[in-house]
Write a protein of this length. Structure first.
Length: 116
């Protein structure tokens, strides 16, 4: 099993930045990739960014160039750096781990609110 704990959410003004963190524990050696999702009220959950074990990253078109997903293997942390935030980014952000078995694990989520 894998346990994920997100942190770093909060209230930020439009144009501001936040860095979300995800602490990863458990069977980390069988993680195929890490992913950040978000879900805004009334909207479907959407993929924000994906990080493969080879370091390759992929982003939703809406965040490309402004968000960066990264990992610190030694600390077992995954990050989502979010710059130039817009009000539409307001959502609960979830860290997920997908294993080579295709099982997936989710964190509890962290709220991000972009508002003046």
């Amino acid at each position: 099993q894998v346990r994920l704990v997100e942190s770093g959410g909060g209230l930020v003004q439009p144009g501001g930045s936040l860095r979300l963190s995800c602490a990863v524990s458990g069977a980390t050696s069988i993680i195929k990739f890490m992913r950040w999702y978000r879900q805004a009220p009334g909207n479907q959950r959407e993929i924000v960014a994906t990080l493969a074990t080879d370091g390759g990253a992929d982003y939703a078109a809406s965040v490309k160039g402004r968000f960066t997903i990264s990992a610190d293997s030694a600390k077992k942390m995954v990050y989502l750096q979010m710059n130039s935030l817009k009000p539409v980014a307001t959502a609960v952000y979830y860290c997920t781990a997908v294993l080579f078995t295709d099982n997936s694990y989710w964190g509890q989520g962290t709220q991000v609110t972009v508002s003046s």
